[in-house]
Design a protein around this ligand. Structure first.
Ligand SMILES: [Zn+2]
Length: 201
């Protein structure tokens, strides 16, 4: 028996999300069919609000309410220092840790197994920002795991010919753990213990 069109429509919509297959899409849809109307309309409102009020900053690629974002347009921030992170969710973690420079969000990490290559990230834009001048230090704060390290090395190579210091945050963040789950004291230590990455590799 075919589902009613509205059910099929929602299942198909869920299946466009990363990691959601038919079974999960069906489970979510059937959950919503039984959920209180208030819960369902809150979800619908949240989806509409997401696309109407959140934009990606063209400079740093962070999620924001304006473009350029509040951090990129804040003249009080130290524009000489760029902190490079994998995901927008890492930015609040470093804000809590007291970072006063600006950011560059890569929107992922290099992962050949998942088919994510360096060209899928925002590395070209990072290089362009450094080439524009005014940036003295790029601090690589990708996650301390295999993909994060590989991504940091790649970015380091891309910046090798430019007149900018490149450093990597210290391993205050436990190896293998994610930035987003680290507390602000750990990230603050990792920032202040950052060290220069040489460009021999
Ligand atoms: Zn920005």
């Amino acid at each position: 028996m075919a589902y009613p069109p509205a059910v099929t429509r929602l299942i198909d919509a869920f299946k466009t999300l990363p990691g959601v297959g038919t079974r999960t899409a069906e489970r979510l849809t059937f959950h919503l069919l039984r959920a209180p109307a208030k819960e369902v309309s809150e979800l619908a409102d949240a989806l509409v609000a997401l696309s109407s009020s959140v934009v990606a900053c063209e400079r740093c690629h962070n999620l924001a309410h304006s473009n350029p974002c509040a951090i990129c347009s804040d003249e009080a921030r130290d524009g000489r220092r760029l902190l490079v992170v994998e995901q927008p969710r890492d930015v609040p973690a470093f804000e809590d840790a007291g970072w006063t420079g600006r950011y560059h969000v890569l929107l992922g990490h290099v992962n050949p197994l998942e088919g994510i290559e360096a060209r899928d990230l925002t590395i070209d834009d990072l290089v362009a920002r450094v080439e524009e001048g005014g940036v003295e230090e790029v601090v690589l704060a990708t996650n301390p795991d295999y993909e994060g390290d590989a991504t940091a090395l790649h970015v380091r190579k891309r910046l090798a010919d430019l007149d900018v210091a490149v450093s990597r945050i210290a391993r205050g963040v436990a190896s293998g753990s994610a930035i987003e789950y680290s507390n602000s004291a750990m990230l603050s230590d990792a920032l202040s213990g950052r060290s220069r990455m040489d460009d021999r590799s």
